[in-house]
Design a binder for this molecule. Sequence first.
Ligand code: NAD
Length: 363
Amino acid sequence: MKVGIPKEIKNNESRVGMTPAGVFELTKRDHTVYVQSTAGEGSGFFDADYIKVGATILPTIEEVYSQSEMIVKVKEPIASEYPLIKENQIVFTYFHFASCEPLTKAMIESKSICIAYETVEDSEGTLPLLTPMSEFAGRMAIQQGAKYLEKPIKGRGILLGGVPGVAPGKVLILGAGVVGVQAAKMAAGLGAHVTIMDINMKRLRYVNDVLPNHVTTAFSSEYSIRQLIKTHDLIIGGVLVKGGKAPKLITRDMLKDMRPGTVVVDVAVDQGGCFETTKATTHEDPTFIIDDVVHYCVANMPGAVPYTSTIALTNVTLPYILNIANKGWEEACATDASLDKGLNIVKGKIVYKEISEAFQLEA
Ligand code: NAD
């Protein structure tokens, strides 16, 4: 199969659809790989790295789209890419159709085969191509939070791990899912005192089993949250109600109970956020302050570490890419139920119920 990797053109997206290691796996199976010139540079992979593993470098995005049977990307196509997508072309990327009607309509019109990373689902109901992004966000939440606790950036002036003779900082984590557990692990590794909350006792038991003893679990309720925010320096929001908006666990009035310079990192910002005061920020201007509380609410946290996140993405997408390239999309989907769940729009028809429901378009 002819596989194309265009350069991402969405604002501030430095990741690329595939690493040279992934390209190598395709070319050694006699597939052809076209990479747009400089596509990997933002992630630290150069044209020469791709040429070494057998890729052909093409100078323009138009050539990559026109010569490829399957396009492998990171982010959803943006408006200038819509006319480049051809009938019967496979596009494998994050689409998030339900949040973008123009994209949905454009892909219906293109008559392409749109396979969305975010709906590929394994037999246990987990989303293998989304989980790594939550792992990133959870780990980064502590890295960022620790930085914003520094005094010059208006934090409390606290070193999370403390030093001998001085107590460590205190981290409160709302939600013990993928984000929460990764955040707890990082914070505990730094030596911070960690409290992690959830409404799901199974998750709290799991955390209790796998994380060190200085990670305390607590059942999440408004009362317990109101108590704990008074004494914690860094508060991470990592809750998710599947298919719904994040519940507002920290209301505006609660900020006054926090100490000045407390840092809140709302990872759940992409689902509306679990702090009432959350508004989405960017890597260029990641924080704002309300009532002396520093808010960090970046909606695309993994985008700040494109080297690591491009490798992590290829690690999980590559088995599916190889399957599609080897068998063609129809046989690959027919023989792999997880990949089949990734089919969103096929040759002008929406085949994923939630998307047609979102826009009341015909499925
Ligand atoms: P997850 O489903 O693994 O975990 C969410 C947890 O929240 C669950 O354990 C659930 O029981 C818990 N929860 C629900 N209601 C709660 C409540 N009232 N109190 C306490 N806990 C509650 O989800 P995840 O993969 O960890 O993702 C968490 C959020 O992070 C999602 O909104 C996701 O979209 C977002 N996310 C953001 C970024 C970013 O860059 N900002 C990156 C990845 C993921």
